[in-house]
Unconditional design. Structure first.
Length: 103
């Protein structure tokens, strides 16, 4: 496989890994705060997400630092995307005008 294609595929794999990692974090926070055992949710989620991400980085890199860098960059891009999507999904309470702004 030629190197530019391998780097693009590594970046895409990093994006998928990041989506799983940060999407899983968002889902865990939503489920964990209403759970009877939040520590179990957060700890098991942390172990699963970190082991998946590190195993994915190891597998995708194949011992090549260039692929690892591309994978990490894709991971970071996924963080930005998931952060924006999850913040857009949260409803913010309406802002009230301050008394000095009242007519």
């Amino acid at each position: 496989m030629n190197e530019p294609l391998a780097l693009v595929l590594a970046g895409m794999a990093g994006f998928v890994l990041g989506g799983l990692f940060f999407g899983g974090l968002w889902w865990t926070v939503r489920k964990g705060v209403s759970s009877r055992q939040p520590a179990l949710w957060f700890l098991s989620s942390l172990l699963l997400r970190v082991s998946t991400a590190l195993g994915g980085f190891w597998f995708v890199s194949g011992g090549r630092w260039e692929r690892l860098v591309a994978c990490v960059l894709g991971f970071i891009v996924a963080r930005v995307v998931v952060t924006r999507l999850s913040s857009a999904a949260v409803e913010h309470p309406p802002r009230h005008r301050e008394a000095r702004d009242a007519p």
